[in-house]
Design a protein around this ligand. Structure first.
Ligand code: SF4
Ligand code: SF4
Length: 209
């Protein structure tokens, strides 16, 4: 794991398609990146991934691209956002590579470096709505959280999505898995917000770009 006490080097940018400085940067600054050299390209991770067909590149290929220094191709990939963090790859990797951690942290790097088009990426919209609900109520309120996510696409798409999912909503109401009325809040939402703000400030202070 990277040494969080050391200063973070800026993300290299020499304009080349292949830049080995990017590989070195990932080894040093991405969570789990120091284990990338253990990868023997066996493909167990990609072969085990339940969502691999939805990724631009499976983890094995992405790791090879990192080694080749393909910064733009790696950071503009959707692989990190489509990973569901099921950890199947981690459990099966014969070399102990923390695949999930690496993907999660690469996603953060891509967002911070402006590659992720956070406003357009579906998973980013979802994460934003989740974050909003967590800050507001200390938990996910299925109705408002989903509404917030749908509205991020614009009102027309939101109505279409809501109509398409109406049978599911009715089923949840019928089985008392969703309630009417005011959202449930945890105790101490203010304290939780303070924790989240602190975590964000720490994260920001560690940014290398
Ligand atoms: S399973 Fe592990 S060693 Fe094999 S390609 Fe994936 S990360 Fe590399
Ligand atoms: S943790 Fe992510 S990359 Fe690994 S198997 Fe699960 S979905 Fe695929």
């Amino acid at each position: 794991m990277p040494d969080s006490s050391s200063s973070v080097m800026p993300l290299p940018d020499n304009g080349n398609k292949y830049d080995l400085n990017f590989a070195r940067w990932v080894y040093k600054n991405v969570n789990g990146g120091d284990k990338l050299s253990m990868c023997m390209q066996c493909g167990m991770c990609s072969g085990s991934c339940p969502i691999g067909t939805e990724m631009d590149h499976g983890p094995r290929k992405l790791f090879m691209m990192i080694r080749a220094g393909m910064k733009d191709a790696v950071l503009s990939s959707n692989t990190m956002y489509n990973c569901t963090s099921c950890y199947r790859c981690v459990v099966r990797c014969p070399r102990g590579v923390p695949v999930t951690y690496i993907l999660q942290d690469l996603g953060r790097v891509a967002v911070q470096a402006g590659y992720a088009e956070a406003k357009k990426t579906d998973n980013a919209r979802f994460a934003k709505a989740f974050n909003w609900s967590t800050r507001a109520f200390g938990r996910t309120d299925e109705r408002l959280f989903t509404l917030k996510y749908y509205l991020s696409f614009g009102i027309v798409t939101a109505i279409k999505k809501a109509m398409a999912n109406m049978p599911i909503a009715l089923g949840l109401l019928k089985t008392k898995r969703m309630h009417f009325g005011a959202p449930h809040r945890i105790k101490g939402t203010k304290d939780l917000r303070a924790i989240l703000d602190k975590a964000r400030a720490i994260e920001k202070s560690k940014q290398g770009f």
